[in-house]
Write a protein that binds this ligand. Structure first.
Ligand SMILES: [Zn+2]
Length: 184
């Protein structure tokens, strides 16, 4: 088979196994195996398909090579180059926009984290303040209750004492009055 390499580098091509509906016969290479259909993306033959030895990827190629597509006209090459440059520019733009957007997102995220931390801190301090107030209130209520209890106990003791004194006085004062007055 005739070899026509130009500036082609098969390693940059991707495998295309003719699954596009077109019927063609795969040529046999010098290793007596069916050659594979690949596509090159080099400057001069961008998108042009060719047959190559399958054993190329195993490092023991018989150097079989044959173009499948006819050479592209100069206009087609120009259009393709233009499209390729456009694509590269779009890629670069996308990459740079990602590079400028990422720090923005990072700083926004950092400020949000800070905000959340502040809110959490405020909540914590409010909670502890509220707990302190509640504790104070409970303490004062407890002491008030204790004072009241003390007062009631005192009152109870005093009333009991008063009652007992009354009974004793009644007993002492009542018993002589039952006796007959002594006649003189
Ligand atoms: Zn071969």
């Amino acid at each position: 088979m005739a070899s026509n390499r130009d500036d082609l580098s098969p390693s940059s091509g991707s495998t295309c196994t003719g699954g596009n509906g077109s019927s063609f016969r795969y040529p046999m290479c010098d290793c007596s195996v069916q050659a594979s259909l690949k596509t090159t993306y080099t400057e001069g033959n961008f998108g042009r398909r060719f047959f190559a030895c399958v054993n190329h990827k195993y490092g023991r190629s018989c150097n079989f090579f044959n173009w499948y597509d006819p050479p592209m006209c100069s206009y087609g090459r120009r259009v393709l180059r233009h499209l390729r440059e456009k694509h590269e520019r779009a890629n670069m733009k996308a990459t740079s926009s990602v590079a400028t957007t990422e720090p923005n997102i990072a700083s926004k995220h950092a400020s949000l984290v800070l905000e959340v931390a502040e809110i959490r801190h405020d909540m914590e301090s409010m909670k502890s303040k509220h707990q302190e107030e509640l504790r104070c209130e409970m303490e004062s209520m407890k002491s008030k209750h204790q004072q009241e209890r003390h007062y009631y106990r005192k009152a109870l003791v005093l009333s009991w004492a008063f009652f007992s004194v009354c009974i004793i006085l009644g007993f002492l004062g009542g018993s002589p009055s039952n006796e007959k007055p002594a006649l003189t």
